[in-house]
Design a protein around this ligand. Structure first.
Ligand code: 5RP
Length: 223
């Protein structure tokens, strides 16, 4: 099975975790795009969605799914999103699609985080994928030096030779060479650095369930 087929498989499997009659949280990325396509087939059984990016909002609306402002809901039954890495405790690295800040906000609103990935995303320790960190532009250089001091190397994410600008008007550093042994402590530490908007470690908002696409079908893990 191709990676694309595995993404379709887990996108469809996530429908089983969608509570009827509710507003649900929807993440961002190529795997979530498969979920959004699947969600469109049951759109009359949900009230709508809170979205984690402009890109997902446009897809949801194009398929006739109402998108609500995060401020208009008190809580969400479920949040469905992909990940760049997930370990065997449900801790994740996210932000490959630069949507990490809104993803963390929507995840925090949800009672359950259902993570949909193909098996290439499963790791024993976070850090293989360069860690995305959303930063206030004027703090980028100082934050890069703080990662240097940890023995890592931060690279400003660019598009067409210009710094990528997130949906929130900020920049992204991709940090190479980290070995994140204690994701909870790491997330809390980096969160405190001035100018960090969001660190792409999702330990405080870890997954409760992972649907993992494998050649032999979807494996479900609960944490
Ligand atoms: C976007 C994310 C995505 O969930 C992550 O990058 C995985 O994306 P994909 O499903 O395309 O592999 O965190 O900010």
């Amino acid at each position: 099975m191709t990676q694309d087929e595995l993404k379709t498989l887990v996108g469809q499997a996530a429908l089983q975790h969608v509570p009827e009659g509710e507003i649900i949280g929807v993440g961002t990325g190529s795997t979530v795009n498969k979920f959004i396509e699947a969600l469109a087939t049951i759109k009359d059984s949900i009230r709508g969605a809170v979205s984690s990016s402009v890109a997902s909002t446009e897809r949801l609306q194009a398929l006739g799914i109402e998108v609500f402002d995060a401020n208009s809901v008190d809580s969400l039954g479920v949040y469905v999103d992909g990940a760049d890495e997930i370990d065997d405790r449900g801790y994740m690295v996210k932000g490959g699609g630069a949507a990490l800040t809104r993803e963390k906000i929507v995840a925090a609103l949800a009672k359950r985080f259902v993570c949909i990935v193909d098996e290439s995303k499963c790791v024993s320790q976070l850090g293989r994928f360069p860690l995305p960190v959303e930063v206030i532009p004027m703090a980028a250089s100082r934050i890069s030096h703080q990662f240097d001091a940890m023995g890592a190397h931060a690279v400003l994410r660019e598009v067409d030779g210009q710094p990528l600008v997130t949906d929130n008007g900020q920049h992204i550093l991709d940090v190479h060479g980290l070995q994140i042994q204690d994701p909870l402590a790491f997330e809390q530490q980096v969160n405190q650095w001035p100018g960090v908007v969001t660190v792409g470690v999702f330990a405080l908002q870890r997954a409760h369930v992972a649907l993992i696409g494998t050649a032999s079908g979807v494996k479900t893990k609960t944490y």
